[in-house]
Design a protein. Structure first.
Length: 96
């Protein structure tokens, strides 16, 4: 089930999982490559594709940060240290 969230322009947008976002992008690419869309429809599909791409990239970046914060505990067990944006914890020296 998709959750509802507010976009920057104040309109509601469905928040979906990563796999659904990728599937939607693939569908948009197929429609654009078909050449059957009008100019206006092509522009609209392209704009939606850009929004979906940015959302997918943001999700990948967040997932990478979560993986990077995975650390080994004192007993050798793996623990996930919660990531908070802007935190220096969990970052490599080269990223600071």
């Amino acid at each position: 089930m998709a959750e509802r969230s507010k976009r920057a322009d104040g309109q509601e947008a469905a928040t979906t999982d990563f796999a659904t976002t990728v599937e939607r992008l693939e569908c948009l690419v197929e429609r654009l490559e078909s050449g059957e869309l009008s100019l206006e429809a092509s522009l609209s599909a392209f704009e939606e594709g850009i929004r979906l791409t940015r959302d997918a990239q943001r999700r990948l970046d967040e997932a990478e940060l979560r993986v990077r914060t995975l650390t080994e505990g004192a007993e050798g067990s793996m623990t996930l240290t919660p990531f908070s944006p802007g935190s220096e914890e969990g970052r490599d020296e080269s990223e600071r």
